[in-house]
Design a protein around this ligand. Sequence first.
Ligand code: ZN
Ligand code: ZN
Length: 563
Amino acid sequence: MKNLYFGLILLAVFSCNKHEKTDMKTLSDEFIQSWWHQFPTQASSAGFHNYDSLLPAYSSELRNSDREFAAHWLERLQAIEPKDLANDAERSDLALMKEALNSLLFYTDTLKAWEWDPSMYNLAGAFADIVNAKNLDSIQKRNFITARMKAVPDYYTTAARNINKPTREHLQLAIDQHAGVMDYLFSDIATWVNEPSLLESAEKAMKRYASFLTSISQKPDSNYRDFRLGKSLYASKFKHDIQAALSADEIYEKAVQRKAELHAEMFNLSKQLWPLYMKSPLPQDSLQLISEVIQELSKKHTKPENFLATIQQQIPELEKFVVEKDLLTLDPNKPLKVRKTPAYMDGVAGASISAPGPYDEKGETFYNVSTLETYSAEQAESYLREYNDYVLQILNIHEAIPGHYAQLVYANKSPSLIKSVFGNGAMIEGWAVYSERAMMDAGYGNGQPEMKLFYSKWHLRTVCNTILDYSIHCLNWNKDQALDLLVRQAFQQEAEAQGKWKRATLSQVQLCSYFAGYSEIMALKQELESKPGFNLKAFHEKLLSFGSAPVKEIAAMMKGENN
Ligand code: ZN
Ligand code: ZN
């Protein structure tokens, strides 16, 4: 009540001076600085190293301080009228800052993963971010690491005190990871610390945490909570994480509808392709029919030794198509650099964009592609069937042109520290997914039914990620139901489906971000398309000019609702 009261007074004072322009640059800098001070390990991972000596234990005092931090800043930000700001970029920064604070309160007081997820007390990153810092010398690193090591005992004593009815899944994850973290800290990181007594007490505390985890893992079921969030908590987390105009229920309904459309399309395409590739009679079951055609066509793929070269050759073709079809202006001064994934970041095979952090101004953006050198012949074959000649093109569209890479180039044109720190994941993934659709709609693949079939399969994966996540957390789905969706209805390999089930038990909502962002961009496009003078290229460029703001905010600004 007290905070609300002060908020009202502030609001009154500000509305008297409403012609006084808010200096957003200064305000956002101050906001970020105080955010890093409040969350020093987040600062380290963003490449801001002023607070690397801090490692606060997540105590009830700290939670109080987080609440005060949020209340203080919300008061200040709520006093600002969006219409008094200079431009849309500032208005979306303001919206992102407010949402970061509301999320902070939601995570602290409602979601409370700090009670039920023992794996969040993982300190590997807090040390690795110092060791890998580009802009620290070895003396600074030694000092920071020593200071953080000193804080380890209190950190884990507090962690154990916080845990109350964990989920079995997160407890198991914590047990699995904790041994690895200890190994990393007391072999690699220990070489930076000159005081053996510090290491000893840290190691003792971490061993105590390990036995604490083991001891609770032996307790009966009544000591655990379900990993499923349930409808109401899921709806709130969706609201904060996705920041969509639509609710979780609405996005789920859209996904179910989209799955039916894709199945119908894939059935028609597969029937058309059957006589060209298959010798046996047509199966009765339509999903079986689609699955057999997919399996047959997946045999068309590059050789392991040509994987990187195939991707390298494709990028200029994608660029040419985007320019010819007038989808987007691509900056010729920012060509995409394709490289072999460096050893230090090679873990999971695949391809991904790696962009420099917000404080790494000289850093370059790369398209990292893992070579399949370490794969057995069998593993390489299975991987290449998944990333066959058709899917590999869609992967390149998603990751590179005009997907993630192109989006990054546009976002960097109007640099905003706020957007690079608090950028919206659903906009980033939504754009990449939307760009696949935009390419297909522009005639990519010359209308080949093979290409259309694999686009649909790829898109179906995105759609089913949403159905899966929602159904598990809100409709109480079990593993059999999940695997049936992924393997029989989405044509995925058993191993991929198993991995997805595990991911959905450990995360919530994130799997929806791809389809949620895509749906919102599609809805905005459909609305604007119906107005006279609509131009697709101009639409794309305007959309991307807002950087990684939530689609909801971008839509409001593009429709002129915020001014
Ligand atoms: Zn093969
Ligand atoms: Zn992506």
